[in-house]
Design a protein around this ligand. Structure first.
Ligand code: NAD
Length: 475
């Protein structure tokens, strides 16, 4: 399959060339250039804003049936185009085809869920004396500027587009310049399902230029961002200048509590697969393994055995279980973080190095006895690295899980029912997995607390985040 042509999608028009600057899109498995992506200039962004204002006036008046038909139609097209979408995602992001196919189907599930939610955007009628009437209604917030990163090239754009469309908003999506074709393919499914071209658009550009321009415009009423905490804080400040609403899905540092009474082999099978999924470039990736001393030797040995068995290769090869990292920046980050940890006394149990010199492959890595002042114990590694430390005190295990300012996903493995409930309450995280790594679903809110952001995507909360309330009082 060939990689598709790239363009900006503004007001239903495909725009490219015209002297625009370009960004080189690279296949992370080979390092070869896939295509040149046109970058938006100021005139492009102004055209997108004008269209979004028009699209909002149109779409806020759409019926739930119209919104549901678009979302369900797009879901059907994604099923039909699953293989094409998955291949595009693998080519430009590196993840295995099997993972990319799952990502497409998760998007299908989300669009179908939102298609049902559009009928449940209820308000309420207040109790008032006869002759008076007070109602609370929910209205779409307005045009949304949405920024999606490269780690889930289909799923992130799907979330950013699906919720505003369900709520009756228009949306300008700036997906990652590294993975543009996946985002364009998701948008095309919506347009082919009948969505008007001014309701959802896609731009690419120099990220800071695009975000400053869009967030500087009074047309945009909400910003939705997924990415690193540092960029999220910067964008939240820009949004605050104009009191825009925000949904922020930021970084994490997934703590995993392993108690000695847990089914250790089941835990290992689950968390090792979870750790190396998408080469660890997942915001809810299990990262800091906080292991009770009595389970430590068995857990560490089992982790190493499983990590060393993982087949690494081009995601297009069906034999591959883990693909390359998505870009060269991640290789540099791995070298820096692992080097720092080892220099500070951590033990490198396996991996720790780049594989080959074509593409961005990095070996599944395990560090043990990692000191708390190692940078990797404090900064999101976003790579195939597991950090495994032993603890003898159960309270200290929970304290370690909550030590960082991040609070996205946290996990615990224990057979003790009372402890399961206590830990679920004590962990400072937006999502908690007890004896499971499955912490998402189309019907469940996905989001964090503390530095991991605020607001949620997916579930009824995802649509709710694109609505504002209005109280109307009639005398
Ligand atoms: P980055 O922080 O510069 O970029 C992350 C994403 O934000 C990219 O998609 C980028 O295009 C976008 N971005 C950056 N600056 C922006 C701006 N001013 N305006 C709008 N968008 C902007 O760096 P990166 O090298 O791509 O990733 C580094 C770190 O980002 C990772 O280590 C990880 O912590 C985090 N990250 C998190 C997620 C997530 O799902 N939460 C996804 C990707 C990256």
């Amino acid at each position: 399959m060939t990689y598709p042509d790239l363009y900006l999608m503004i007001d239903g028009q495909r725009l490219s060339g015209g002297g625009r600057r370009t960004h080189r899109v690279v296949n992370p498995a080979t390092g070869s250039v896939l295509a040149e992506l046109p970058l938006a200039d100021t005139a492009d962004l102004d055209a997108a804003l004008a269209a979004a204002a028009r699209g909002f006036r149109r779409w806020r008046d759409s019926t739930p049936q119209e919104r549901a038909a678009v979302l369900q139609g797009a879901a059907r097209l994604m099923v039909e185009r699953q293989e094409e979408l998955a291949r595009i995602a693998t080519l430009e992001q590196g993840k295995t085809l099997a993972e990319a196919r799952i990502e497409v189907m998760m998007n299908v599930g989300l669009f179908n869920f939102y298609a049902g939610e559009v009928f449940r955007l209820y308000g309420r009628t207040l109790v008032r004396p006869t002759g008076h009437r007070s109602t609370v209604t929910k209205e779409p917030v307005g045009p949304v500027a949405a920024f999606a990163p490269w780690n889930f090239p289909i799923g992130n754009p799907g979330r950013k587009l699906g919720a505003p469309i369900a709520a009756g908003c228009s949306v300008i999506l700036k997906a990652a310049e590294e993975t543009p074709a996946s985002a364009l393919a998701v948008l095309q499914c919506l347009l082919d399902a009948g969505l008007p071209g001014d309701v959802a658009q896609a731009v690419f550009g120099v990220p800071d230029e695009v975000s400053r321009h869009l967030l500087g415009s009074p047309i945009i009423r909400k910003m939705s961002f997924t990415g690193s905490t540092i960029v999220g804080k910067h964008l939240a400040k820009l949004a605050a200048e104009d009191c825009k609403r925000t949904t922020m899905e930021l970084g994490g540092h997934g703590p995993v509590l392993i108690f000695a009474d847990a089914d250790l082999d089941k835990a290992l099978d689950t968390v090792v697969a979870g750790k190396y999924r998408n080469a660890g470039q997942v915001c809810v990736s299990p990262t800091r393994f906080i292991v009770e001393t009595a389970a430590y030797d068995h857990f560490l040995k089992g982790f190493i055995e499983r990590a060393e068995r993982i087949a690494i290769g081009d995601g297009l090869d069906v034999a591959s279980v883990m693909g390359p990292m998505a870009n060269a920046r991640r290789l540099d980050a791995m070298d820096r973080l692992i080097g720092d940890a080892v220099a500070k006394g951590a033990r490198l149990e396996t991996g720790g190095a780049r594989i080959g010199n074509a593409g961005f492959f990095f070996a599944p890595t395990i560090l043990s006895n990692v000191p708390l002042d190692a940078t990797i114990m404090n900064e999101e590694p976003f790579g195939p690295v597991a950090l495994i430390n032993a603890y003898s005190d159960k309270d200290a295990m929970v304290a370690e899980a909550n030590r960082l300012p991040y609070g996205l996903a946290a996990y615990a493995w224990t057979a003790d029912a009372a402890r399961q409930r206590r830990i679920a309450r004590e962990l400072e995280a937006g999502m908690v997995g007890i004896n499971t790594a499955m912490i998402g679903g189309a019907d469940a809110p996905f989001g964090g607390v503390k530095w991991s952001g605020h607001g949620a995507e997916d579930g009824p909360e995802g649509v709710e985040a694109c609505l504002v309330t209005k109280a109307v009082h009639e005398g």
